[in-house]
Design a binder for this molecule. Structure first.
Ligand code: ADP
Ligand code: SF4
Ligand code: MG
Length: 360
């Protein structure tokens, strides 16, 4: 069977439901829909397939989590949505629909930044200009994007900084980034991201560089702002705990593909893809009697992916047919593994083949 194309009989047809699933927001029209997104980087080793046939949607007020190991294409996906793929990378296929209008080029998407789509990056230290005051940087967004006068931009910047929880915002306008803590710098980034009241906020690991207490405060701030404005949020994280805390829906990425999608409850209670099950098993549990486990092996090199399922070299259930599966066909449904059985015993197999995290 190796080499033959296989599609899962139980693979769901592409519907907005499968990406936005259950919950109060699930019935709403998607404010953001991504379909067939592909991003490639040329390299000496060959073409790096950083995002392959990525598809998801988010309704107004909904929060979608994107989770996966480092290098699986999470940031590239978010960057593609706002036309920020670094050269020599390219969005080679796909459409992005925002509030019912479809865009299919990086240039068109870049023009949406600010008022339609806005992005918060992982590291606020490197995203802020170190030689300009935060007041100048927040005001500039309002002047350039909304055409505010200098005076109006200053007044609104003070208000924005207060709104994101920066104490004494008028005084803080004169501070330079290095004079603020990491959490405060991330609040400034959030203020800049929401300045133009975007309909979609893309947050790329916004809390990773912060201590646990500050992480929690920043997440709470994002959720409060979302509730106030009804914007859709896409939150990238490698932390399943964060997903469970704040997201309605989740997509799991592996090697540039979405390998599983669904509501947070469904994925937490009955993960189907062996990779998702491995991720769950690797999650530290506060009250667990056993140590967390890791998935054996390393993520693949995206320039030299094996044929068929890219998880095959690490998968406890691998079989001959896996090298013939059609990932493009499988990744639009709930689970990209045609051999997973809902409620089956794959999770146990993953556990048995996982190794314990050394030293924990
Ligand atoms: N600037 C770049 N140049 C070349 N390849 C890149 C670049 N940025 C990302 N990639 C490739 O895209 C893959 C996905 O990267 P990324 O989306 O940043 O991963 P993550 O899931 O950790 O956010 C990486 O494994 C890398 O091979
Ligand atoms: S069983 Fe095969 S297709 Fe399914 S995840 Fe494992 S390697 Fe991939
Ligand atoms: Mg990243």
């Amino acid at each position: 069977m190796a080499g033959e194309k296989i599609e899962a009989e139980h693979t769901a047809q592409p519907t907005t439901e499968s990406a936005t699933g259950s919950g109060a927001t699930a019935q709403a029209e998607p404010v953001l829909s991504v379909d067939g997104l592909r991003v490639e980087f040329p390299s000496d080793e060959g073409v790096v397939h950083a995002a392959s046939n990525v598809r998801f949607s988010v309704p107004a007020g909904g929060t979608l989590g994107i989770v996966g190991e480092s290098g699986c294409g999470k940031s590239v996906t978010l960057r593609a949505l706002c036309g920020l793929i670094p050269e020599p990378g390219r969005m080679i296929a796909g459409t992005v629909e925002v509030q019912g209008v479809r865009y299919d080029s990086s240039e068109a998407l870049a023009a949406l930044r600010g008022e339609k789509l806005s992005m918060i990056f992982q590291d606020p230290a490197s995203s802020l200009n170190p030689v300009r005051t935060i007041g100048a940087q927040v005001s500039e967004v309002l002047r350039v994007k909304l055409g505010h006068s200098r005076r109006a931009a200053h007044a609104e910047a003070v208000e924005l900084l207060g709104h994101v929880g920066i104490p004494e915002p008028a005084r803080r306008m004169r501070s330079y980034p290095h004079e603020l803590s990491g959490g405060m710098r991330q609040r400034v980034m959030i203020a800049m991201a929401i300045a133009c009241r975007p309909r979609v906020l893309l947050a790329d690991e916004p809390t990773t560089a912060l201590d646990v207490t500050t992480q929690e405060q920043i997440l709470q701030l994002l959720m409060r702002l979302q509730q106030e404005s009804g914007m859709a949020v896409v939150l990238v994280t490698h932390d399943l705990g964060v997903i469970e805390e704040v997201c309605d829906e989740v997509v799991v990425m592996y090697a540039g593909y979405v390998v599983e999608r669904g509501s947070v409850q469904d994925l937490a209670s009955s993960p189907r893809h062996p990779y998702t099950r491995g991720l769950m098993a690797a999650m530290p549990q506060i009250d667990a009697r056993t140590l967390p486990e890791v998935i054996v092996g390393q993520p693949p090199d995206l320039a030299t992916l094996p044929p068929g399922c890219p998880f095959a070299p690490r998968c406890p259930q691998v079989r001959d047919e896996c090298s013939g599966v059609d990932m493009d066909a499988l990744t639009t449904g709930r689970c990209a593994c045609p051999f997973s059985v809902p409620g089956g015993e794959e999770g146990e197999a993953v556990r048995m083949q996982s190794t314990q995290v050394a030293g924990r």
